[in-house]
Write a protein that binds this ligand. Sequence first.
Ligand SMILES: Nc1ncnc2c1ncn2[C@@H]1O[C@H](COP(=O)(O)OP(=O)(O)O)[C@@H](O)[C@H]1O
Ligand SMILES: [Mg+2]
Length: 466
Amino acid sequence: MPKFQIIDNNNYINLPDSIKFNSKDKIVNRNGSYHQENDLTDMYRLISKKELKLEYKKRIINGFIGVLIVVCSFGIAFFFKFIKNLFKVKENIRFGVKYTIDEKELNGDIIINENIISKIKFFFNKITNRQGDDDIKFYNSQYNNRVFELKDVPGLIFKMNYNNAEDRYKKMINAHYVLRINSLALLVLPHAKIFDVNVNGESHKIIAEQKLNIIVNESMQESLFYNSKEKLNDTIKQLALFICKTGYSDVEFRNNPIINNENGIMDEKNKIALLDIEETAGAEIGLFRGFCRSGLIALVDKENNDAIKNIAQENNISIDNFESAVEIQKNKLMNYSDLQIFYKRKNISTGSEEIVVNIESLDLNIEDESKTNYAGTVMLVKLKDVAKAVIIKINELIQKNDKDNSIKGRRFIKLKMSGNLQKYSKFTYEYNGEESWVGKIIHSLVNKNHIFKLIRKVEQTYHIQA
Ligand SMILES: Nc1ncnc2c1ncn2[C@@H]1O[C@H](COP(=O)(O)OP(=O)(O)O)[C@@H](O)[C@H]1O
Ligand SMILES: [Mg+2]
């Protein structure tokens, strides 16, 4: 590694930069090296790299030592780089200035003016009630939080009512340190600034964040991650290190989406965002999963596993849960690839294709009849009628899903016994251990390859991957 010199200011290095200097702005310690356990009070930012002539005296001494060693070793020593360097007239030197982490770096160019504050005050009721319209757009967030965008303030996302906004903001400052110190340039923490808004004598802390260009949909992110595979290897390593250094644990596609460039295509550098780094329940959870938390392994392809495990070990994080995380990942990946094969075989390319079913071919006793009491009237119902209604409802739900979703997302539906199905709700219950009619119909649709899978039944709602 080239020599490193600490300087007070830029004045005396007015030579042009040497040609190759990829490390500009990286943070090093006093010896000029990276990735050390950095002492936060003693850091330096690389500002320049120059090729300088060695002092005359030094050249003479180096040359003398060099000749001596070469002669003593009968010329053999000359083949060693270290000895060759003794005869150099010029040397590369990297220059660094003292670096103290400054909150302003996190703030970027975010300015909170009176206009923004008065807008938030004006919409305060809507914000508390999560009442989205043309003026305010809400993002899916935790129950206690409000994440929103104001039409008149483009480029910013506001986050309000976090249990402790100041604490969250402090974690962002710390994350910024960790990214800078470890040169984790593939992870993008949005610029952020905290400010107060006073409504009816009460002060509310709000975080304003730079809006990053991401696809919000989680299922889209899942397919982006799986389709980017090796392009993301370095990014995943950086995220693993970030998790180890901070204990960040809410690692999910929705919180760590891939960043697009202006054209909506994935950035060639494959960066991912750190949108929600508030939760720091520990690196073991962040890497290998925890209660209601996927963990990094579940988000990535198996090619990344060894690297993640190594990074955990290097950072003294227990790998007790590594194997079980890999097992879950294996099932997830298999399921994902089976689904892709299923769609290919069925020529499903947009996601909104309807299922077309010949009810006679479903291996059901379609002539079975039963009475049901609906709205005070007793009706005689055939299993065939229920099957028809279920298929119509599945197709309706597929059509209704968000067009910006992935194919998988568009074909994930929650079939509830409501609307036209309401009158058949009796048939979702099981009698005397016998499977319900609706259950039988769905299983038959799966067995006959009309739909991919019944994922689960939650009370009276069937979660289906069609
Ligand atoms: N800086 C941002 N740029 C773009 N989208 C964002 C940004 N911050 C949040 N979002 C969107 O809003 C959602 C909720 O924000 P998040 O901070 O994760 O809230 P919560 O902490 O309640 O989960 C994210 O999943 C993401 O889709
Ligand atoms: Mg979140």
